[in-house]
Structure formats: C-alpha cells, structure tokens
Design a protein around this ligand. Sequence first.
Ligand code: AMP
Length: 296
Amino acid sequence: MAMRVVRTIADLRALIRTIREQGHRIGFVPTMGFLHEGHGALIRQSAARCDATVVSIFVNPTQFGPGEDLANYPRDLERDQGLCLETGATVLFMPEVSEIYPTGFQTHVEPGRLAEPLCGRFRPGHFRGVATVVAKLLHMVQPDLAFFGQKDYQQAVVIRRMVRDLNLPVDVVVVPTVRDGDGLALSSRNAYLAPGDRERALALSQGLLAAKAAFDAGERRTQPLLDLARGPLGRVDQMQYLELVDAQTLEPLDGVVDRSAALCVAAFVGTTRLIDNVLLTPSVEAGPGPQNHPRP
Ligand code: AMP
C-alpha cells in the first residue's frame, strides 16, 4: 500500500473513514519526528499487527517547559518520510501547531499521581501536555492499537492509566527499548551529543544493564541494585534521579524487589537530558539464590 501524507485533521478523518469502511484494523504510532530505529520498531510492530498504520509527527509544544529544547528540537521530515515508508506506515500525519492548538484552545487532560514522581518532579506540566496531545490524537485517529516505547516508561504508564480512566477504546502496546550496539538507548536527542558526550552517555545504560544482569543472577536487594546502577553515573554532568520503583504504581521499592519493578534514570550529559530504564521482573520459576534473602 502506498503511504499517504496528510496535514489537516479533516483530511485525516476522511482517510480514517475510508480505512474503517474497508473493515481495516488501525494501528497508531505517535512521535515527535527525527525518527530512528526505536520509532521504527513501533511502526514495524504496528504494521505486523494491523492493516493500516498511522504515524504522527508533531513536536508538541505543551509538553515542553520553559527553557527546554522546543525551539531547537531536531527535525528532518524528508528522512522521516523515508523511514515511515520503509517500516510499513500507510498514513503519515504531520499537522501544524495551529491545527492542533487553534486560538482559544483551553481544555487539558490532567494526569494524577503517576505523573508526579521521576520525570514529573523535574518537568512540571510535561505529562499534562503529553496526555492532552495523545488524547486528542487518539480521538482523531481512532486506532484499535496504539504503540508506545518502553524507553519513556513513565509516559507509557501515564497513557495506559489515561486510556483506562477515560474509557478510550484503544489497546496500548508498549514496545521494548531499542538500543545501539554499545547499549545507548536510541533517542532523537542523542543527535545533540558531541562525540565525547556520547561516550559518557553510556553511563546510563551501563549502570542499568549491570543492575539488570545482577537481578537476573538472583540479586533482589534494592540497595545493591541501585549501587550497581549508580556506579558509572559519576561520568554524567548532572544526575536528576535514579530510582527503583513499582512497575505499576511508580512508588519507590524499599528493601527487596518482590514484584515487577522499573529502574529509571535521568541525567544531563553536556546540555542534553537523557532518560533510560530497565524492567526487573521476578519470574515465578526463579528459585531463591544465595543473594535472594531479604535483609533483616
Ligand atoms: P518521541 O518521538 O521521542 O516522542 O517518541 C515517540 C515514541 O517512540 C514514544 O512512544 C517513545 O517511547 C518511542 N521511542 C523512542 N525511543 C525509543 C527507543 N529507543 N526504543 C523504543 N521506543 C522508543
């Protein structure tokens, strides 16, 4: 199927109506563009599971705080179109800001407690902007499935909660983080990193992956896991947080990892803010190893 590029909500809705009339199942991948293989994984998964895949490219101003990188967020629409086509997108929606937020716009989606910890502490209003634009896009596209990356773990959890709380008729699929060969999580913001910075940026994934390896080998105590993850982080310029939280509630785990957990980090390398995480899931089969006993 050829890929259609649309820029207005009216054109998008007309196209969606035609796709629906054909009885097709629609997948949706919202993005801010400057696409990479992380986005590619979401699009490919949608293309594999749905008859039509809508990708949106919209750098959403309401999720950027004052002093953040909205004005110089990287863009390359021509390359993005190529990646969309190559990975199986059928519709590319690229609206102007005025199309999404016309004069007089004043209604927002306010997420609750899940938006408070982690990135929420350092980016006030960020998840309100994310939830608002994703709700709007979901209403425009009306997909059966919507795909989000584990890379932005808190975002995925906030969106999943919003979909439930507002009874939006869509299934949220979270796709594992795609990493470069050296472990760095792919991100549009990696483009900001100078060569020396890129090396130091590996501190995030190195720490997380070391902690995950220890967890997989049986370590269940939170402190040693956090210490392992913190080890390489001396190389970053400014740490924002490193936290081991309940994968569902995002509340900090203290003592032992006795349920699914997310180990999440945010740090600045140079002027670039990077985030990453790994999921730690105690499997039922894992027998208690020597390090498995809770501390007294
Ligand atoms: P963004 O364009 O950064 O807003 O990201 C759009 C979607 O792609 C979000 O659902 C992200 O979580 C997802 N994403 C970004 N980077 C990756 C990655 N390295 N692996 C998997 N998904 C990603």
